[in-house]
Design a protein around this ligand. Structure first.
Ligand code: UT7
Length: 335
């Protein structure tokens, strides 16, 4: 698609009325100054499923791109571990934080919020809350964190963590092979210079609300095919919208960090956006779908692998149950 076609398409989406989107950015300087991840020790391979379900490594690899995933831990324990690593890499102590946002759909208990349990572990006493926008939650949290920096806060920690193995029906081959556990976190700080969030797009399409659902105490139920179709569309539209806000083109993006649900969704969206394989961040082959953790895991994995440099433009794009979506264009490193 050419740029005018993309714009036209995006405007058409907005006028449908089922989508709600907000855009904006603050003028205060900001940067991602630290990052970290945490994965449980237990590795579950595709062959492990093939031994007890009517499935195969070949089917899972070809239809999803997933080779293995991690199970274990709690949302509080994984979230705290990722947070500790992010703080260490930023050179920030817990008592210096002004706000902590935990993006999760799998709080360990109904109350208190899991972010309060993590506070007890890490020792921060600043404002803290859980945010649930399903698999789009990290993007939502990043935008909220950034707007809080704009109001005068100095340091905000954003954690993305989900423990989906506990809400997955392990007898259902259509979901069991997909969902897993993990966490990743970033520290956002006010710094002299330009803001690091250049454009963003948040929204929900409630015509897809029935496609992905989990009752309290129940298991995830998903209409995979239709979720797939809507996910590709939502990822493309939202990414284009965030790029427009940032006044950038897909060619300007150094790294595309999409939600890690299915390699075929990522490839379809990235192909359509014109972002080549060398500019895509992929971890789902090793992690499966970790919902709120999936985008920060891919981001941190890329940063740890030396794929990100100061000044690089990063495009994150996620979708999740609802169907919520969140995209953001971020300038990496200190301005
Ligand atoms: O982050 C949350 C958002 N979730 C997603 O984005 C997931 C989106 N959807 C998907 O990723 C894909 O739709 C799936 C991976 C869930 C399924 O792949 P698909 O290519 O869309 O398969 P399908 O649902 O059309 O099923 C094709 C066949 C069916 O058998 P029949 O009816 O043709 O006999 C399924 O029962 O594949 C069967 N199947 C499996 N076969 C072997 C479903 N799961 C499996 C499995 N192993 N694990």
């Amino acid at each position: 698609m050419t740029d005018p076609e993309l714009n036209e398409h995006n405007l058409a989406r907005r006028s449908r009325g089922s989508a709600f989107a907000l855009q904006g950015s603050s003028q205060r300087g900001s940067a991602v100054t630290g990052w970290g991840l945490a994965l449980p020790d237990t590795v579950i391979t595709n062959d492990d499923f093939a031994q007890r379900l009517d499935t195969s490594d070949q089917w899972i690899t070809e239809r999803t791109g997933i080779k293995e995933r991690r199970w274990g831990g709690t949302t509080a324990s994984l979230g705290a571990e990722a947070a500790r690593r992010a703080l260490e890499s930023a050179g920030v102590t817990a008592d210096q934080l002004d706000l902590v946002i935990l993006s999760t759909a799998t709080s360990d208990q109904t109350v208190p919020a899991t972010s309060a349990v993590i506070a007890k572990d890490l020792g921060y006493a600043c404002g803290t809350f859980d945010l649930d926008a399903a698999c789009a939650g990290f993007g939502y949290s990043f935008v909220v964190a950034h707007s809080m920096l704009a109001t005068g806060l100095e340091r905000v920690l954003v954690i993305g963590c989900d423990t989906l193995s506990g809400i997955t029906d392990q007898q259902d081959r259509s979901t069991a092979v997909l969902f897993a556990d993990g966490a990743a976190a970033v520290v956002l700080e006010a710094v002299p210079g330009e803001p690091c969030l250049l454009g963003w797009d948040l929204g929900v399409d409630t015509s897809a609300i029935h496609l992905l659902w989990c009752d309290k105490g129940g298991y995830i139920r998903m209409e995979g095919k239709e979720t797939f179709r809507k996910a590709v569309r939502a990822t493309i539209d939202s990414a284009v919208s965030a790029l427009e806000q940032a006044k950038l083109r897909a060619d300007d993006i150094a790294l595309f960090v999409p939600h890690q649900a299915n390699k075929r969704i990522i490839d379809a969206a990235a192909d359509r956006l014109g972002i080549g394989e060398d500019r895509r961040a992929i971890v789902l082959d090793r992690t499966g779908n970790t919902s709120s953790a999936s985008i920060p895991l891919a981001l941190v994995d890329a940063a740890n692998a030396g794929r990100l440099h100061d000044g690089d433009y990063v495009l994150i794009a996620g979708f999740g149950a609802g169907m919520t979506w969140a995209s953001a264009v971020i300038r990496w490193g200190r301005p």
